[in-house]
Design a protein around this ligand. Structure first.
Ligand SMILES: [Mn+2]
Length: 467
């Protein structure tokens, strides 16, 4: 299959690769490169212009411990510039991104990191970082659970702006309003940057989340997405002329969408979908994006609704085979499940090695890659820690569909407290957080008034066909 490599490249990706080869990294078309710092020209470079240095500044701040130490490493004004520039660059990307591996180089695919800054610094060192010969694809879930989600998000965004054609950032189910209100990130931002600036930064984060692409196709043969395979997008609903259209409740819609036999969608259909809006909820035009973020493979044949998560699909090896064949792919790399999720899933690998081969079929494979070691960072005292290894996948010529997994163990972490209610939320599965009343997600006293935050309820979804 090595001879097919050139044919799989998109024209844009080729142009980007050529521009970089000519030493013009970051100046080619496509995603916008980092803009100059605010406050007029001629100012000093922002701290995020050098992502290696930014990572070390974050590490130093984490050791100092106090929440507000982060503001010294990256002031709110600079963090806001970074988020806004990143949102703009990501908005320019499609729902499905085509990734070209540099000639003679490699692509590294990184799974969930969940705010575990010190492990992200380890994995960046192990990959060597993005450069002329190496593309990095991050498969979502940068935030929530761990204590340094703000730092991890800002760091990967800084890398995106530094090397836009060598860094692909995909969306995970935690890059959503409902998850970040439940699992710590919202409270973390306000704790680290204070109420006023924190709220402004959180709003900017939500714009970043909604702009993240949902999937990447590497060299035409490997599909990377966070959760799993997805339903065909529903046909657009026509507004009846002169006829009164019965207004459906979301309950009716759930009934309709989650009954009957689901039908898998294709990659070319996903390309035409929206990125899911601020809070993909499995309804309306967001059904396909939501499936991508929440789905899981099953050990036995079949295709079913993912009842344990309350959203997305469960798909067996037979559907992985059909999907690979129909889309001309040979590998699906997904993430989304750590050792905690797998401990309750009979017949699936336990994720203690950082990856599993879930489906090995005639046309290829489906693997899970999870990049947060010793996960989750916070567990209830009476529970035994998993102490799992983490891994990332490396894809190289001539195949690009035969991953080599690089494993690593947890880095030492400075002491920290969780930003979510460990006992309320539980520590095993990522159930769809839309079921929670987000206003009660945190009763941290100092933050209680943020429960009234109007931007949760007020922000609509994007381009929903319903209204
Ligand atoms: Mn996930």
């Amino acid at each position: 299959m090595g001879g097919g490599r050139g044919a799989h490249r998109t024209r844009g990706a080729v142009r980007a690769a050529e521009a970089e080869a000519a030493g013009k990294a970051g100046k080619a078309g496509g995603p916008a490169p980092a803009p100059p710092p605010a406050g007029g020209g001629g100012g000093p470079e922002p701290a995020w212009a050098d992502p290696w240095a930014l990572g070390e500044a974050f590490r130093a701040a984490s050791v100092r411990g106090a929440n507000l130490a982060l503001r010294e490493a990256l002031p709110a004004r600079e963090a806001l510039e970074l988020l806004r520039a990143a949102a703009k660059a990501l908005q320019a990307e499609r729902t499905v991104v085509d990734v070209a591996v540099p000639e003679g180089g490699e692509a590294c695919v990184i799974g969930d990191t969940h705010g575990q800054l010190h492990d992200v610094l380890t994995l960046l060192e192990k990959t060597g970082g993005p450069d002329a010969g190496r593309a990095l694809v991050f498969n979502g879930d940068y935030v929530d659970r761990g204590a340094w989600g703000v730092e991890v998000l800002l760091l990967v965004l800084a890398w995106k702006l530094k090397m836009p054609h060598r860094v692909t950032l995909l969306r995970g189910n935690h890059e959503t309003t409902s998850c970040t209100k439940c699992y710590g990130f919202f409270v973390e931002v306000l704790s680290k940057y204070g109420e006023a600036e924190g709220k402004e930064l959180y709003r900017a984060c939500k714009k970043v989340f909604a702009a993240l692409p949902l999937a990447a196709v590497i060299e035409g043969v490997t599909l990377v997405l966070h959760g799993g395979l997805f339903r065909k997008p529903p046909a657009p609903r026509r507004k009846g002329k002169g006829r009164r259209r019965k207004r459906r409740t979301s309950f009716d819609e759930y009934e309709e969408l989650y009954s009957g036999v689901p039908e898998l969608g294709r990659v070319d259909e996903l390309r035409k979908c929206s990125k899911g809006g601020p809070d993909p909820d499995g309804l309306g035009s967001r059904v396909t994006p939501t499936d991508v973020l929440w789905g899981d493979p099953a050990p036995t044949n079949g295709l079913a609704y993912n009842e344990s998560r309350g959203v997305g699909l469960l798909f067996g090896p037979d559907f992985t085979e059909a999907f690979l064949r129909e889309n001309g792919l040979r590998l699906v790399l997904r993430s989304h499940e750590g050792p905690d999720a797998r401990s309750a899933r009979e017949g699936m690998g336990d994720m203690m090695q950082g990856y599993t081969v879930d489906h090995k079929v005639a046309s290829g494979m489906l693997c899970t890659v999870f990049s947060a070691p010793d996960y989750p960072q916070f567990m209830c005292e009476d529970e035994e820690r998993y102490r799992n290894k983490a891994a990332f996948a490396v894809l190289r010529a001539p195949d690009f569909a035969a991953p080599a997994f690089v494993q690593y163990e947890a880095a030492p972490r400075p002491p920290a407290e969780p930003y979510y209610e460990l006992y309320d939320v539980g520590d095993s599965d990522d159930e769809f957080a839309g079921d929670y009343d987000v206003q009660d997600a945190s009763d941290l006293e100092a933050l209680s008034d943020f429960g009234q935050d109007s931007d949760y309820a007020g922000e609509g979804s994007d381009s929903d066909m319903e209204e």
